[in-house]
Design a protein around this ligand. Structure first.
Ligand code: F6R
Length: 357
């Protein structure tokens, strides 16, 4: 039930801090270590390469998952769009593990790949919000994202939940492999939950950004580098699907290779900078578009901010910044859709789960 909320999407955005705290409690042992099925731990350890398969928003979570598993657990990962995988099959390693990420667990494109890789005799793990769903039943293992039912067509809390579970999985694998680290995902996720709350308490500010930048525009660009780039892809997808504004996410350095031709007087460009090593270069990219007339909206993180940034995110661990930086993008999309009189929870042409190929 959406209770006092005008839309499920807004309710689900607000639920994210609770979802993250729920995940922490579900994945925590009494001694504060990570609780995970021994079979999954072993499958991760045994794999010489991981193939993440997903669609849409879940694919965007998979792009972040690749970074997390490679950086934290030192294991090679490829992330693939489910609908392309069978047509553009990569070389498969000797001992692969396939990870399917799916909120619904019913996406036909992902299932098509699962059926195929099971026929090839490979191991599969499904990360889903619906245990008992088709992708969960047909895989060897399941990790639950515990986000609760997601009703709005635009995925929000499932995305952050997927990334939280991927971070926990990455650290568990690293620990099992004997890799030393000072990153405790359960503690850091608690900080993320508070940061999310700070942002969901700033709705008025997001509403103003949406009104100023997005109430009449035809298009909008999101730019970021490194892990911020993946969040930009997700921010653009959210905006497209519920406000019908043509929106694209770009890697900051790639703009000058063509896309910058689209920048006109007043074109909104949202830049996200949460990582110190790309902070200056993404700000440089923003200056390049401002010089061509763009309206800049800079979203940075505490410690990296400059005085005229539109929004400064509370500081969280670098690995987990996507869980926090996506919150303003979700809210801005929500308010942009409201300003444009769009049906937020049921955008045109879309269904909650896509069960056709
Ligand atoms: C976007 C959205 C879709 C889904 C995609 C995959 O907001 O909801 O892009 O993410 O259809 O769905 P699942 O995760 O159920 O496999």
């Amino acid at each position: 039930e959406k209770g006092t909320y005008p839309h499920y999407m807004l309710k689900e955005i607000d639920e994210q801090p609770f979802v993250i705290r729920n995940i922490i409690s579900k994945y925590k042992e009494e001694d504060e270590s990570i609780k995970l099925d021994e079979d999954i731990r072993q499958a991760m350890l045994d794999a010489d390469r991981i193939y993440i398969i997903a669609a849409g928003t879940s694919y965007h979570a998979g792009l972040v998952g690749k970074q997390l598993i490679e950086k934290i657990a030192n294991k090679p990962v490829e992330t693939h769009i489910a609908s392309e995988f069978l047509y553009n099959m990569p070389l498969i390693s000797e001992n692969p593990l396939f990870i399917f990420i799916s909120q619904s667990g019913e996406t036909a494109d992902s299932r098509g790949v699962l059926v195929n890789v099971k026929e090839m005799g490979h191991n599969a793990l499904t990360i889903t919000n619906v245990p008992g769903s088709t992708l969960s039943r047909e895989a060897d293992f399941t990790l639950h994202t515990y986000a609760g039912p997601e009703i709005a067509v635009a995925s929000t809390k499932a995305y952050t939940a997927q990334m939280a579970v991927l971070a926990i999985l990455a650290v568990d694998t690293a620990k099992a492999a004997g890799i030393q680290m000072d990153f405790d995902p359960l503690q850091e996720l608690a900080i993320v939950a508070s940061a999310m709350e700070t942002l969901t308490d700033q709705k008025e500010q997001m509403e103003v950004i949406a009104r100023e930048y997005l109430s009449v525009t035809r298009n909008c660009f999101f730019i970021g580098r490194a892990i911020d780039y993946f969040v930009c892809l997700e921010g653009a997808l959210k905006l497209k699907e519920i406000s019908y504004i043509q929106a694209e996410g770009f890697a900051g350095g790639e703009l000058k290779h063509g896309t910058i031709a689209l920048i006109e007087e007043g074109t909104p460009v949202v830049a996200v900078a949460t990582q110190e090593h790309v902070n200056l270069s993404i700000r440089g990219n923003l200056k390049e578009v401002v010089a061509r007339g763009a309206s800049p909206c800079m979203i940075s993180m505490e410690g990296l901010q400059e005085s005229d940034d539109q929004l400064v995110l509370p500081k969280v661990h670098d690995y987990l910044s996507p869980l926090v930086s996506v919150i303003p993008l979700q809210l801005i999309s929500y308010y942009a859709a409201l300003h444009r009189d769009c049906d937020v929870d049921k955008p045109r042409n879309l269904a909650k789960s896509v069960t056709v190929e």
